[in-house]
Design a protein around this ligand. Structure first.
Ligand code: ADP
Ligand code: GLC
Length: 473
């Protein structure tokens, strides 16, 4: 089976969040279970030159806005699978990966060029695996093409939803300029009078998936469907949830190149060295008995930053450290900086994006906070489990599927989770965790329960293979 994964970001070439982690790791994992997989992703200004192994195609002619424009494609296997990086500087060599009013146009081009590239390399894939709204354009183009173009007649599409909150909306009047002139395209994109790339992808792809079982149900409700729950309900018999995996080549405390000491489930002593290094990194006094609560996140309302904000005073009052790495909404950034200024000997804050610091925090912290409002899957709680950093999460989406509440009587569970989106509910769990931390044996058991969990990509990849087979049937 030949599978082409198309994604707006993929590690190690580019990343703003979990989509990058997933799209980089999945094609590699597919390869390891015997699938002939291929990744196509843009070449950004942020993509390091060392990953661009060679120029594969320097004359990829793409019909665009009534002209033929010349794009290029680099080849790489830096993520562990064959990868083409589409290069078109005027759209992709920018200060940031997303955040431009014409993002819809940038990714429409990317999709169009990706299909051109798949045509150019000679034999059509059985499955084109599309990810999030950025790939809704290719879903429509392929659905149309395979009706008249024999090259594509056997190709089927899988569309994965990583986050319903981002839908790639734009004006319907732009559609024609992007090359979508048919009634079919008009109907696919049309969402109450404006164009939605997410809606198009959901409507026309052969099958749909989301990144956890629970989220696959949540997006069928008004609360999490972002206006498209009628469509996910309509297509529920084609929709499944597959929990993301963890790339343990990258996220493994026994081999991690970004941390000062290694450790594993059988010997956690190195974690203490990581904790010391983390405190020193933030110039905090090294008081090893105080727990470190940590957070690594995009600072958006999705992540429940407001609950952390309301609970921060109590975390500090309990005698703990608080360390945060994140960037995003300005008021959340300002709050974190103010908290550090208020308690400089207890709070460490880094505003920005820092991959190696994310690893050090996972390794050195004691508890990891993820009180998300919604969370399609979430990767950091799974990284935390492997690093013996106990997750405190809200019971939504993938967080609910991957974290089990600690039960002191049966000695089962690997974290702490609460239901209602309220700071007092988060604080209850913070106090419970603080209490458990004081009992060294109990704490070790919670850590080990988490470290023993196998969230490897192998399981997830096998589920995707089943999804592809189902799609082809
Ligand atoms: P989301 O994709 O919604 O942001 P996930 O938990 O799925 O959430 O994935 C987030 C990924 O991005 C993780 O790999 C996390 O370590 C990383 N990340 C988020 N913010 C930062 C940051 N400021 N610096 C470094 N890595 C970050
Ligand atoms: C999205 C979601 C996150 C998920 C990631 C990868 O960014 O917010 O929960 O883990 O995609 O699927």
């Amino acid at each position: 089976m030949r599978v082409a994964v198309i994604s707006a970001e993929a590690v190690p070439y580019s990343k703003t969040g979990g989509l990058g982690d997933v799209a980089g790791a999945l094609p590699k994992a597919l390869k390891q279970v015997g699938i002939d997989s291929l990744l196509i992703t843009p070449c950004y200004l942020q993509t390091k030159g060392e990953y661009l192994w060679k120029m594969a195609i320097d004359d990829l002619w793409v019909e665009w806005r009534g002209r033929h424009v010349q794009a290029k494609a680099f080849y790489s296997e830096a993520n562990g699978s064959p990868t083409f990086l589409l290069d078109y500087p005027s759209l992709f060599h920018r200060d940031s990966i997303y955040g431009y009013t014409e993002d819809y146009e940038r990714f429409a081009f990317f999709n169009h060029a990706a299909l051109e590239l798949l045509q150019r390399i000679g034999s059509a894939p059985d499955i084109v695996h599309l990810n999030d709204w950025h790939c809704g354009f290719a879903a429509v183009e392929l659905a149309a093409k395979r009706r008249y173009d024999p090259y594509w007649s056997r190709t089927r599409t899988v569309f994965s939803i990583h986050n319903m909150a981002y839908q790639g909306g734009f004006g319907m009047s732009e559609l024609a300029a992007l090359g979508f002139t048919s009634q079919f395209a008009h109907n696919s994109f049309n969402f109450n009078g404006y164009a939605s790339a997410m809606k198009a992808g959901l409507e026309v792809s052969d099958t749909l998936s989301t990144v956890s079982k629970r989220y696959s149900k949540e997006i069928q409700t008004g609360e999490n469907g972002y206006g498209l729950d009628w469509l996910t309900r309509q297509r529920a018999n084609r929709l499944i949830g597959i929990t993301n995996g963890v790339d343990y080549d990258e996220w493994n405390p026994a081999t991690d190149k970004d941390i000062p000491a290694h450790f594993s489930i059988d010997d956690l002593s190195g974690k203490q060295d990581c904790k010391r290094a983390l405190l020193e990194h933030f110039s905090l006094p090294v008081e090893m008995d105080r727990p470190i609560f940590a957070s690594v996140t995009r600072l958006t309302s999705q992540k429940g930053v407001e609950l952390i904000r309301q609970g921060a005073g109590d975390i500090l009052a309990s005698g703990a450290y608080f360390i945060a790495l994140g960037s995003g909404e300005k008021d959340s950034e300002a709050f974190l900086q103010a908290l550090r200024d208020y308690a400089p000997s207890r709070v460490g804050v880094y505003i920005g994006y820092n991959e190696s610091l994310a690893h050090l925090i996972e390794a050195g912290a004691d508890m990891f906070l993820m009180p998300s409002k919604f969370e399609p899957c979430g990767l950091n709680q799974m990284y935390s489990l492997r690093y013996g950093t106990v997750p405190i999460v809200r019971a939504v989406g993938g967080l609910d599927d991957t974290v089990q509440n600690w039960d002191a009587v049966s000695q089962t569970g690997n974290g702490f989770k609460f239901g209602p989106f309220r700071a007092d509910k988060l604080l209850e769990k913070i106090y419970e965790a603080r209490f458990a931390y004081a009992d060294k044996d109990a704490w070790l058991k919670i850590q080990q329960n988490g470290m023993a969990v196998d969230n490897s990509w192998e399981n997830a990849a096998r589920n995707y293979v089943e999804l592809y087979q189902w799609t082809l049937r």
